[in-house]
Structure formats: structure tokens, C-alpha cells
Write a protein that binds this ligand. Sequence first.
Ligand SMILES: [Zn+2]
Ligand SMILES: [Zn+2]
Length: 135
Amino acid sequence: MLKTRSTKYVLAIKEIVNKNSHLTNHDILKSLQLFYPDLSSTTVHRITDRLVKINQLQLAPVDRNNAMRFDSNLVAHDHFKCQKCDQLRDVKLPSSMISRLESLITGCKINGSLIIVGLCNNCFLKNSKKEREFI
Ligand SMILES: [Zn+2]
Ligand SMILES: [Zn+2]
């Protein structure tokens, strides 16, 4: 059994990852320290580690600094990753598309989640605005 003090943190961490999925330990700490100034990075690490072990959080693709990101979406899914702002978006590729990819990669079976890389709408708009300014 977890002690009451850490239960409070466990609930807070679950809630914040549910609200904004794909957070790192550092993101979680930064957001929660506003409400819980005593919360330490060791506690956050310990809790997220435990939540992954008991399948209440999943690991998402790492961020650009190779920091672990946590996913509240526990159903198997793929990701879109913005190469500019590093944001992840959940996407579920249809099995027809997976079969098509497998036929292109002869002799291989895809059984993990895929990461599609590109620019999110926000970054795409910012980029095209910048390009226009240069003309
Ligand atoms: Zn972006
Ligand atoms: Zn995800």
C-alpha cells in the first residue's frame, strides 16, 4: 500500500498525464510544483516508473533530448511527431496501411508502433509565414 502522501502525488501525476499526454518527468514536475512545492524529481521518477510497471501509463516515443515521455493512451497506437516543436499526436494507422508497408519492406513484419515525422499545423503555418517574409 502506498502512503497517503504519495497517493496524493500518484493521483496528481495520473491526472496531469491524462490531460496532456506525452509528458516527460521534467514536464510533470514543472507543472505540479506550482501546486506541490515539496514534490521532488525523485518522487516523480519513482511514481511514473511504477505506473508504467503496473500498466497505468505507457512509454511514448522519447523527446528530442532522449527523455522518456509518458502516454495515458493505453491502447496500442502510432504517433505523429512534429520535427520542429517535438510535439506528439496520437494516430491509429489502419491495418490495410500496415500491410501495404509490410509489402514494401519485403520479408518483415511490423509489430511495433510507428512514428510519422513532419510539421504540425502550427509549425507549418509559422514556417510558411517566415518563408513569405523572406520573399
Ligand atoms: Zn510543431
Ligand atoms: Zn500517444
